[in-house]
Design a protein around this ligand. Structure first.
Ligand code: PMT
Length: 232
């Protein structure tokens, strides 16, 4: 896949953590395995990768890798903001918390009474924000993690976040999504043509994903070379 050589890639991976107080947070089960596997697949093709990662237990080192560890969704957004303009392909594989506590208590919240209410406010939707400013020569690839109405929801996210392609994975599939070494994905293109893949190791899923990305780039190159010069 020589079209990926020297491409500048931005990847989000892993979970975010939204602090409640100095000892507690809201998060999810993302291990970062899917995002890191995509990073490795790109690195093997000679691409340059910026990996903005929530807290995970994976080590990855490579001369062409810039790893930016972050904790919260806001930190992830700020780190992506530094790199998005110089990115050719952005992959949003992180499981970002949509909401965070409005107030982070300065001290550990003490047990008192039978109920406690924590008001949550919206986090930035990172993929949505960059979808608004994406240039024609940039590709933005999203993930959809669904529990129901999978295809409908994934297609809606594809449109709403201005993705060029979305990778759907469902919590209803065995050996798929969070924490597993395997995943089962359906890749949906912008024209809504979709391709369903069997359960595979996440390293193989990553290769399937970057092959689809390479074919979008090759199609674009083909069509731009077919533009007829009518200036004579
Ligand atoms: O990390 P693993 O354990 O290997 O698991 C992999 C995975 C299940 C986390 C991964 O395959 C996956 O599905 N990642 C996206 C999870 C998710 O948050 O999906 P979503 O449908 O809620 O979000 C849609 C898209 O918007 C995603 O590309 C997401 O990264 C992005 N998003 C969402 C919310 C937000 N505030 N900012 C975002 O950028």
């Amino acid at each position: 896949m020589s079209v990926l050589k020297n491409k500048r890639i931005l990847i989000t991976a892993g979970p975010t953590r939204e602090a409640i107080d100095p000892v507690r947070y809201i998060s999810n089960h993302s291990s970062g395995k899917m995002g890191y596997a995509i990073a490795e697949a790109f690195l093997k093709q000679g691409a340059k990768v910026v990996l903005v990662s929530g807290p995970v237990n994976i080590q990855l080192q490579h001369p062409n890798l810039k790893l930016i560890p972050v904790t919260s969704a806001f930190e992830m957004y700020v780190a992506c903001n530094f790199h998005f303009m110089e990115t050719d392909i952005a992959i949003f594989a992180a499981a970002v918390a949509d909401y965070k506590p409005e107030i982070v208590a300065e001290k550990k919240i003490k047990k008192a009474g039978d109920e406690i209410l924590i008001k949550l406010v919206k986090n930035p939707d990172i993929a949505f924000e960059f979808g608004k400013i994406k240039r024609d020569n940039q590709l933005s690839i999203g993930f959809a993690l669904e529990t129901n109405d999978e295809l409908i929801n994934a297609e809606s996210k594809l449109r709403c976040k201005n993705f060029d392609m979305i990778v759907l994975n469902s919590m209803n599939d065995a050996y798929a999504t969070f924490e597993y070494d395997t995943n089962k994905v359906t890749i949906i293109q912008k024209d809504l043509v979709s391709k369903e893949f069997p359960v595979k190791n996440k390293t193989e899923v990553a290769v399937d994903i970057i092959k689809e990305i390479a074919s979008i780039i090759m199609q674009r190159q083909f069509y731009s070379s077919q533009v007829i010069d009518t200036s004579f």
